[in-house]
Design a protein around this ligand. Structure first.
Ligand code: ZN
Length: 388
């Protein structure tokens, strides 16, 4: 989730909005405006919309406070936080690196819901102090804002405490399982599985409500369930990947049968003699024994076909300076992050200026596939042997 609009920095953390946030902000303003119009018949149109807009802005501030609580606790416990992004369904804190102990995980996760609950109950207490009595509608604009913010923050705090990944409660559950079992990977998978069950219940409940006449509200619950299901599945898959490649270095998984190609060859020749014969995805271009670039079918495809016989491999390749290079010692998990962050499918592995091999996403996924077909436990690693 990348932010589209940057708002500034707090404690070194970049605060941003994703476009989808405006959708939810507009929904909130309109539903609030509609609510005020029905309850406060003596309010003018401008007052209604001003109060609705102001409430939405304050809601945005409380959401930000929820995320900031996660982030500031993470910072205090030595984790780096790069950004907070607010989107349609809440916020995400980009915390670099995972918590290294269960205690940190627990406090980072629970800080957000605690913030929401404290904000929510404070708003309600202040509203009561200003004369609001449940269940009557608040009489003034100030108490109307406080009561709405109060309820929504309490609901948000409780909702986030539901114990299923990727909700905060899922992380709290993970931290507790982690503390008991002393196994971080297993606790991730357990929290993700519970998340899938929770998501499934949401979908069932949403469909049930839809057919018993709740209409849009039912669909909304089912939609949240569907979103949670997706996120829980992704968390589970991520947990599997992390477990499978934990502590594994690039040198033990890279493919070493890298072919080299003559840099002076033209593309037509290259396609005919190499690409269409071997099906290899990646070729090293060398100059006096040193790697100067890589060329892939993608790079060749980017050149119009009628120019293939007048373009050399050297002209079409990606020069070394533009490539993200890793060394044989790079952890596989870092390589995966680098590929995802830069939207590339393979990385050249270089040592002392020469190409040692290539790591590609598809090859790593095939490795995972092979593991799952062998029914190996996620933490089983073969003894690392050097070959090639
Ligand atoms: Zn949270």
């Amino acid at each position: 989730m990348k932010s589209n609009i940057k708002l500034g920095r707090i404690s070194g953390i970049e605060i941003g909005l994703h476009y989808s946030w405006f959708l939810i902000a507009a929904l909130i303003v309109f539903s609030l405006g509609e609510h005020f119009r029905q309850v406060y018949r003596n309010w003018g149109a401008s007052q209604i919309w001003f109060v609705a807009l102001f409430t939405a802005v304050l809601f945005f501030v409380t959401l930000l406070l929820h995320e900031l609580s996660h982030s500031l606790v993470a910072q205090a416990r030595g984790l780096k936080v790069s950004a907070i992004t607010l989107f349609a369904l809440g916020g995400v804190s980009q915390i670099e690196g995972d918590a290294t102990d269960a205690k940190t995980e627990f406090w980072v996760a629970i800080a957000g819901p605690i913030a929401s609950l404290v904000i929510g109950f404070s708003c309600l207490v202040i509203a009561v102090g200003l004369g609001w009595r449940r269940p009557a509608e608040p009489r003034t604009a100030v108490t109307a804002i406080l009561v709405w913010l109060g309820y929504i923050n309490v609901v948000l705090g409780l909702f986030n405490l539901i114990p299923g990944f990727p909700l905060d409660g899922g992380r709290v559950l993970r931290a507790i399982v982690w503390a008991i079992t002393k196994n971080a990977d297993r606790s991730t998978r357990i929290a993700a599985r519970v998340g899938q069950v929770v998501a499934f219940l949401f979908i069932l409940d949403g469909i049930w409500q839809f057919f018993s006449g709740a209409g849009f509200g039912g669909l909304w619950i089912a939609f949240i369930g569907w979103f949670l299901m997706d996120a829980a599945k992704a968390s589970y898959a991520q947990g599997e990947i992390t477990a499978a490649f934990q502590g594994v270095r690039v040198s033990s998984v890279m493919s070493r049968d890298c072919l080299t190609v003559n840099r002076a060859m033209n593309l037509q020749e290259f396609v005919n003699t190499s690409l269409l014969r071997t099906g290899q995805r990646c070729y090293a271009v060398e100059e006096q024994g040193r790697l100067v670039g890589l060329i892939t079918p993608r790079d060749v495809g980017a050149i119009p076909r009628e120019r293939w016989d007048m373009t050399t491999v050297r002209e079409a390749m990606r020069p070394l300076e533009e490539l993200h290079i890793i060394t044989p010692d790079t952890p596989v998990l870092d390589a995966l992050k680098l590929m995802a962050g830069n939207d590339v499918n393979q990385l050249p592995v270089v040592a002392n200026g020469t190409l040692q091999g290539v790591v590609s996403r598809s090859q790593l996924m095939q490795l995972l596939q092979a593991r799952s077909e062998l029914h190996l436990p996620a933490t089983h690693h073969p003894p690392i042997t050097e070959h090639g």
